[in-house]
Design a protein around this ligand. Structure first.
Ligand code: SF4
Ligand code: SF4
Length: 811
């Protein structure tokens, strides 16, 4: 038997902090609070302290249900488990609906997200009718009762207690079924009544009856129903059968109380509330409803027949687009945030030497890589050339792209050798016309990915150092001879990677006010600013991006020359909606129409498929397969097998998939454009998915091997005589254990990438074709590619992956 004292101790120490529960709760609470404040500022009387309190209580109870000792003890005591379920089913859902969360949560979102992502989904008929169907009283009732009974069957209940995943699934079913169940009862603002409220009385009554039957079975059973609890020690001296009886009684009491209170309020409203007012729970202090919903007016030309009139009488009013979701509504429009206005950071970035400072920092890191790679011990996990580029730099590169933008190009150390080349040779020639595309970069990227795998570059500090040296030399030669930033725009594989991935970054260098540019005659942002008595000359955009017509981050190195050269301080680093530029196809300065650039689409496809092929080259089943094929076919090295794999994975497979998708889409949509142009336009939808795979892969290495830098640095300092560090202090350069949350994070990233890709594809199709049928005909084959890649990504993240920064066996 467990003593009371020890149980009390256990209660105090058994609060959990599961970031996957805490993060959504905190995020939605912040969104609600922000939206609530916005609505109050706009003078809405509808959202008072009661709504805020209801939401706050709902979220607090959700935290208690899922994070408090209730969760821990639910595996030991059925009564605790029952309390948890009762909170999830009877208390939290009504509280959340009473808070009328729809408008505050929408208003709490950044306006770009709301307008570009949520509004189209909100208006999408299948979603609206799907929700309307699920909240119809018979459907909601059926789902609620089914969830309750199915999960209380001994087989499922015991299975949920023995598996964390099933337990979470059980809670999700209870919670969401209850949300649907309580929706018609509470009828949260601004939803409208679509049926007679009298329906709710049998609705609640029948729910109470089935609840009574279930709680009766639990309370009066002669045997323990759930084996799991019978096998556990007695807690506080209560036997399993008594525990079961208490749980049944709690279920009956709580359930009945909830149904009776809800029924009484519904009955009161039906009998006593004025007919003109919409029915809501009578929470004291709640102001009367001011409906913002308009009803649908049929066109005057349609003469209503008696049948139509009868039908119209019963038809629910069509809800028009809410003002906060409108594209042109001034109420929702907010100017983009500008990073240059952030204290200290903005000041630093406006300083015209800021980039130089960052470049020197990165140059110092590159110098360490080169020196250690060429002269240091060739132990990959203890050499800075084996650790810094292949673990830290790649990880921070993709995280930087996710949270800000093309930060690496901003601090690029190769800019120093480009500048040196220009100073020595003048850089006056024009880049050859036939090379003014991304095809050269596509070829170089393919060679790089292939060489990385074939020669296991990450395992050779010496080769890594020479790659860095080669980079400096190439930048020096190309920009020494050619004008502008030819190296960045047409050659650099890292730059092309950044240009493509930064299409889903949240920041963009762009003009603050287009009307200022209309008045401007000097155009320093592209031509450069001449030297004055107090300031040196500042170049214009070397990438040929003219600010007033610049659109998206593509080809932008975040060099900030335009920021510094514009005499009107009209260029900023502004927030933008990630992926928004992939939806549009305008003519862009320095690039043209992305939808017409086959070379850019090829670059995008190469990077998307390379994300998956590159990760596949590191997982155990693929490595085993390569070994078996090599042995089976009698090759002395793995090079032919890997080369064939790369030709397939980055050549034949993408080509076939894209050809099939664009031909099928062309046929099903009745498009007369060539399949190549269709493929070019739709390829861009895959950018978010490819980025999510890079992000999942590189951040996995960053988080599992982040300690490798410290060990490599200690070894470096020791070997080069700067500091005497004992061997034992740096030899523990091993990968960290893979944390649980890493797998979840990878899956969430892939999910987000897939959703964004599908959404962008859908929007491209809707903008391109008239009519849903044609649009879906074009979209679905591309959605198929996205789903195939997503499933491949999910399979990859579940496989054992080669680690980076790990001491090789036998060292
Ligand atoms: S960004 Fe500045 S320099 Fe360029 S056109 Fe606009 S106002 Fe003129
Ligand atoms: S000058 Fe050109 S490349 Fe540099 S930040 Fe401005 S637009 Fe981007």
């Amino acid at each position: 038997m467990i003593s009371v004292d020890s149980s009390f101790q256990a209660i105090l120490s058994s609060w959990s902090f599961d970031v996957w529960i805490v993060a959504p709760i905190v995020l939605s609470s912040l969104l609600y609070l922000r939206g609530w404040c916005v609505l109050r500022q706009r003078g809405s009387q509808r959202f008072g302290a009661w709504q805020l309190a209801a939401f706050g209580c709902g979220m607090a109870l959700l935290s208690i249900a899922l994070l408090s000792p209730i969760e821990t003890f639910s595996a030991l005591m059925l009564r605790m488990h029952m309390v948890q379920h009762l909170l999830l089913m009877f208390l939290i859902p009504p509280l959340l609906w009473l808070s009328a969360p729809e408008l505050p949560l929408l208003c709490g979102l950044p306006s770009g997200v709301r307008r570009e992502w949520i509004a189209p989904l909100y208006r999408w008929k299948p979603i609206r009718s799907g929700f309307a169907f699920l909240t119809r009283p018979p459907v909601a009732w059926g789902l609620f009762v089914a969830a309750t009974w199915i999960w209380h069957l001994p087989r499922f209940y015991d299975a949920a207690l023995s598996s964390g995943t099933l337990h979470n699934l059980e809670h999700a079913c209870f919670f969401w079924a209850a949300m649907l169940f309580w929706w018609p009862v509470v009828q949260p603002y601004p939803s409208r009544l679509k049926y007679s409220r009298w329906v709710l009385l049998p609705y609640l009554f029948l729910a109470a009856v089935q609840g009574t039957v279930l709680s009766g079975i639990l309370s009066f059973a002669n045997d323990v129903i759930y084996d799991h609890y019978e096998l556990l020690p007695k807690v506080w001296g209560i036997t399993a059968i008594d525990d079961q009886a208490i749980a049944g009684t709690l279920m009956w009491l709580f359930g009945m109380l909830a149904y009776v209170i809800a029924g009484a309020l519904v009955g009161y409203k039906l009998l006593f509330a004025p007919r003109s007012r919409q029915l809501h729970f009578a929470v004291a202090g709640m102001p009367p409803v001011q409906s913002r919903v308009t009803t649908y007016a049929p066109p005057a030309a349609v003469r209503p027949t008696t049948r139509r009139l009868n039908r119209a009488k019963h038809r629910p009013p069509v809800r028009q687009q809410l003002p906060i979701l409108s594209h042109d509504g001034h109420s929702s429009h907010r100017p983009a945030r500008d990073v240059l206005n952030v204290p200290l950071l903005g000041r630093f970035l406006r300083w015209n030497k800021s980039r130089l400072v960052l470049q020197f920092v990165m140059f110092a890191a590159a110098a360490l890589v080169i020196v250690d790679g060429l002269l240091g011990a060739q132990i990959v996990s203890l050499n800075l050339a084996g650790v810094l580029p292949w673990i830290h730099w790649r990880g921070f590169l993709v995280l930087g792209l996710l949270v800000a933008g093309n930060l690496f190009c901003m601090a690029c150390p190769f800019k120093l050798s480009r500048t040196l080349g220009k100073t020595l040779f003048g850089g006056r020639r024009h880049w050859p016309r036939w090379l003014r595309s991304k095809w050269l970069a596509v070829g170089l990227l393919f060679v790089f990915f292939w060489a990385y795998e074939v020669f296991s570059l990450w395992q050779s500090p010496w080769w890594t150092a020479w790659i860095a040296v080669g980079y400096f030399l190439a930048a020096f030669v190309v920009d020494g001879f050619f004008r502008g930033a030819a190296f960045c725009k047409y050659v650099c594989p890292i730059g092309q990677f950044n240009f493509v991935q930064s299409l889903v970054s949240p920041l963009e260098v762009r003009v603050r006010d287009t009307s200022v540019c209309e008045e401007c005659t000097t155009k320093e942002c592209i031509r450069g600013a001449a030297a004055t008595a107090t300031a040196a000359a500042i170049p214009g955009c070397e990438l040929h991006l003219y600010q007033p017509r610049k659109s998206s981050n593509f080809d932008c190195t975040f060099c900030l020359d335009c920021v510094h050269s514009c005499p009107h301080q009209n260029v900023g680093i502004l927030t933008t909606l990630p992926g928004r530029e992939l939806l549009r196809n305008p003519r862009r300065s320095g690039i043209g129409k992305l939808g017409g650039r086959t070379d850019v689409a090829a670059l995008v496809l190469l990077l998307v498929f390379a994300a998956f092929v590159n990760a596949a080259g590191m997982v155990a089943p693929v490595l085993d397969l390569i070994d078996r094929l090599q042995a089976g076919w009698g090759f002395a090295s793995r090079i032919p097998i890997v080369t064939a794999g790369y030709l397939l994975g980055l050549g034949a497979v993408p080509f076939c998939l894209v050809a099939i998708a664009s031909l099928a889409g062309r046929r099903w949509s009745g498009d007369s454009e060539s399949a190549l142009r269709i493929a070019t336009r739709f390829s861009y939808m895959l950018v978010p998915l490819g980025f999510s795979m890079w992000l999942a892969h590189y951040s996995f290495h960053l988080f599992t091997s982040s300690g490798a830098f410290s060990a490599a640095m200690r070894r470096f300092l020791s070997e080069f005589g700067w500091r005497d560090v004992e061997t034992a202090a740096w030899v523990c350069s091993c990968g960290l254990e893979t944390a649980d949350w890493l797998l979840k994070m990878e899956l969430i990233l892939l999910d987000a990438g897939l959703l964004l890709s599908l959404y962008i594809g859908y929007r491209i199709a809707r903008d391109r074709y008239l009519g849903m049928r044609r649009a879906m005909g074009a979209f679905l084959p591309w959605a198929g590619i996205a789903v195939i890649l997503f499933l491949a990504g999910v399979w990859l993240v579940f496989q054992p992956m080669q680690m980076r920064g790990v001491m090789p066996m036998g060292m």
